[in-house]
Design a protein around this ligand. Sequence first.
Ligand SMILES: C[S@@+](CC[C@H](N)C(=O)[O-])C[C@H]1O[C@@H](n2cnc3c(N)ncnc32)[C@H](O)[C@@H]1O
Length: 257
Amino acid sequence: MLSLHPAKKLSFNRSISNGDLVIVYERHDIMKAVTVCEGSVLQNRFGVFKHSDWIGKPFGSKVFSCKGGFVYLLAPTPELWTLVLNHRTQILYIADISFVIMYLEIVPGCVVLESGTGSGSLTSSLARAVAPSGHVYTFDFHEQRAASARADFERTGLSSLVTVQVRDIQGEGFPDDLTGMADSVFLDLPQPWLAIPAAAKVLRHDGTLCSFSPCIEQVQRTCETLRTRFTGSFVFFFFLPLLYILIFIIYVLFLSL
Ligand SMILES: C[S@@+](CC[C@H](N)C(=O)[O-])C[C@H]1O[C@@H](n2cnc3c(N)ncnc32)[C@H](O)[C@@H]1O
């Protein structure tokens, strides 16, 4: 997804190699992540596609099956990964992710702490935003989710930018060795107010915090806790025309010590 090896730096001209992750694009709502393996085939309604035919072709190529059907082979990006990843939890999507990264002022070199990791949708974009010299520490108390996220980051080539740890952030807070290290903290937790004191401890002076909650009661409690330690609050309401109206509220606050 984001190779940091100097010989394989991100390039739209890079050719597909054996072992690469590609996004097989049928149409905007049918895509699949596939690891290229010489000798393997992909079978779908358009026919059988030999992986060996893909090797050496540039990312973005249109490739054909034995019976003349076609798909496109796209280079994996965090935007595409969010659309193809295995959903182990609710996830953040591109509209919210871009907003969060912008308002948290995340740039290359930043250290970002996140909890919970969930399906790693936001984490992938955080990793690209902090690359090549920053780092994302992401925490989830669910062991299997943390293990799956770790495996995903290996697969997408982001593992050198992300550390996944199993930890109950609401109960234990963030690890002591990260005290004062974080440029930003992002919380997507059921009781985020319990993690606010821990977030204040790990943030640098003028660090930013975003808490993402679907319920107004969660937001109210989080705000009450935030007011004791933070200044400069923004509240953003998102009205999503889903089956029912869901309100997402994001608070971005600046730690004031
Ligand atoms: C909605 S998901 C996060 C989704 C993630 N933002 C994404 O975009 O993929 C919430 C996650 O928080 C984790 N979680 C809940 N309580 C937690 C706690 N006390 N400490 C750490 N993780 C927790 C859950 O296991 C779950 O994986």
